[in-house]
Design a protein around this ligand. Structure first.
Ligand SMILES: CC(C)(COP(=O)(O)OP(=O)(O)OC[C@H]1O[C@@H](n2cnc3c(N)ncnc32)[C@H](O)[C@@H]1OP(=O)(O)O)[C@@H](O)C(=O)NCCC(=O)NCCS
Length: 98
């Protein structure tokens, strides 16, 4: 059976308790909720110990990412920053242990 990656995740964690997450879902797997699921479930992995916030920057035209992050409970800024990105913030959900 041929194995194909469904997504590529680049998670960077910082010592101020924040992290950034870059994600690419394979084109044929998009629209199935994979990005939303990753953003919801990421808190459970050991690498997220001590992390309370994921901060991101999205291009305003990236409606799929904005929609996916909203469904995962992220706050989406209404403004565009100096670099041309919408800033997003996802806090550790109350139910997720650190
Ligand atoms: C952005 C990306 C990660 C989303 O992954 P995904 O697994 O398809 O996302 P989900 O299925 O969890 O949710 C996507 C949401 O956007 C919607 N959507 C998907 N493609 C869309 C499109 N082209 N236009 C509008 N909405 C779209 C989906 O319907 C879904 O929303 P809904 O459930 O309310 O209908 C994926 O499109 C991707 O890899 N894009 C290229 C890389 C990229 O932009 N990465 C993010 C950089 S910040």
């Amino acid at each position: 059976m041929e194995e194909k990656p469904i997504a590529l995740i680049d998670l960077e964690t910082y010592n101020d308790g924040t992290a950034s997450l870059a994600l690419v879902v394979a084109p044929e797997m998009r629209g199935k909720g994979i990005s939303t699921r990753i953003h919801k479930d990421i808190w459970g992995i050991p690498e997220m110990t001590g992390i309370n916030k994921i901060i991101g920057g999205i291009e305003p035209a990236n409606v799929a990412m904005i929609s996916s992050l909203k469904k995962a409970g992220a706050k989406i800024s209404k403004e565009i920053n100096a670099e041309g990105y919408i800033v997003t913030e996802q806090n550790r959900p109350a139910g997720e242990r650190e």
